[in-house]
Design a protein around this ligand. Structure first.
Ligand SMILES: Cc1cc2nc3c(=O)[nH]c(=O)nc-3n(C[C@H](O)[C@H](O)[C@H](O)COP(=O)(O)O)c2cc1C
Ligand SMILES: C=C(O[C@@H]1CC(C(=O)O)=C[C@@H](OP(=O)(O)O)[C@H]1O)C(=O)O
Length: 364
């Protein structure tokens, strides 16, 4: 399937070296303010060629609105957004036409379909995530009007990490450095490390953390479509994402219930709150009104510029080395993608809970 979401749905199309990529958004309520500049801003945060620590493919990722918007607001009909590919360099991939890059999607795509658009990884390229970011930017505009905010940031690259306590971090710092880390000193060290790894013709992994604030209590289902499960699927659907944990996550297994439980209290306005938030804002698959926070692990990029053992499609031994322009580390560009997939997940859950009439959603 090329579709994500049940009630607020996106369908993406296009290949990395094809003519264009794009997204159709179905289920967005009518009457949502549509700020094209803000959508472009999100795409600019993701686009390739943005700094010395990303792939050097130069794409403007300038977005065309094809449908679903009139006089600055959504009309409730499918929203079509299109981005033309402009800087494909397909000759960088001629040598892997019949050979599989270790740990990219080449072999598995071939095993499933029996053919593949090997140019730039085709449909398996993270270029597709531009379409998700465009769709996610619309979801964000809808959710911002409900007071829901998304803050993703790079929390680890290699062994360099920021504080685990996100309340001590300054999210305003994130867009001030090219790695998108809220700690300016750690950001410097991360940039230096990624640059060194790049010079070594190698790649490195990292972690993107995310905080979603302003989510009302009551989103999510008690079984299967638990909000945590929907978020997990959204994150694990991003290229190169290897892990997802929310709230106390794996570290929580080391605690006893007596320290892990989030005690309840009523705040001055009578709202039910918890004193701690090891649950990460979700209990029993349903949001409890506290911040939702989670971490996503990204592997080192598969295409490295050194010889590696491989096999060709006929089973013969082969040697393969990457060519062309690749990310030495995906996390700086994964930040807006994590936010986009979060926004799409929450938008879907809001509409599933409250219907898609904006006046009714705002009243409830
Ligand atoms: C923002 C972003 C940029 C990426 N850039 C590259 C890249 O330049 N070269 C590459 O080989 N993989 C890159 N990847 C990862 C591949 O797309 C991914 O490894 C591939 O689709 C195989 O999927 P898997 O790693 O999830 O198994 C990138 C991923 C993301 C999220
Ligand atoms: C083009 C983008 O990133 C690409 C993601 C990618 C991959 O294998 O995922 C491989 C590279 O493709 P190409 O060789 O065509 O430059 C990256 O540049 C993008 O994110 O827009």
């Amino acid at each position: 399937m090329n579709t994500f979401g049940k009630a607020f749905r996106i369908t993406t199309f296009g290949e990395s070296h094809g003519k264009a990529i794009g997204v159709t958004i179905d289920g967005c309520p009518a009457g949502v303010q549509f700020d094209l500049e803000e959508i472009q801003n999100e795409l600019d945060r993701r686009k390739p060629g943005q700094s010395k620590i990303t792939t050097q493919r130069k794409e403007a990722d300038s977005v065309d609105v094809l449908s679903g918007v009139f006089e600055g607001v959504t009309t409730g009909t499918p929203i079509g957004l299109l981005i033309w590919n402009q800087d494909q360099r397909s000759k960088d991939y001629s040598h892997i036409k019949d050979v599989f890059r270790p740990s990219h999607a080449d072999y598995t795509y071939h095993a499933k379909y029996g053919n593949r658009d090997y140019r730039g990884g085709g449909r398996s390229s993270a270029r597709e995530t531009a379409a998700r970011v465009a769709g996610g930017a619309v979801a964000k505009q809808f959710l911002n009007s409900l007071g829901i905010k998304f803050n993703a940031y790079v929390s680890e690259v290699g062994d360099i990490k920021v504080s685990d306590d996100y309340t001590t971090l300054d999210f305003a710092e994130v867009e001030k450095n090219i790695v998108r880390c809220p700690d300016a000193e750690k950001a410097e060290a991360m940039i230096e490390l990624i640059d060194q790894v790049r010079k070594d013709r190698d790649t490195i992994g990292g972690i993107v953390s995310c905080v979603i604030s302003g989510v009302p209590a009551g989103l999510g289902e008690p079984v299967f479509d638990r909000l945590n499960a929907e978020l997990g699927k959204a994150m694990l659907s991003i290229n190169a994402c290897k892990g997802f944990e929310y709230g106390s996550g794996f570290a929580g297994t080391k605690l006893r219930g007596s320290t892990h439980n989030d005690a309840f209290y009523a705040d001055d306005a009578g709202k039910i709150r918890t004193k701690t938030n090891l649950s990460g804002g979700i209990q029993g698959g349903i949001s409890n009104g506290e911040d939702i926070y989670f971490r996503t692990a990204f592997k080192p990029v598969a295409t490295i510029m050194v010889d590696q053992d491989s096999i060709d499609k006929d089973g013969n031994e082969a040697t393969v080395s990457g060519k062309g322009r690749h990310d030495p580390c995906v996390v700086p560009r994964a930040v807006p993608i994590v936010e986009a997939m979060s926004a799409l997940t929450i938008a879907d859950m809001v509409i599933r809970a409250k219907g898609n009439r904006l006046d009714q959603i705002l009243d409830k």
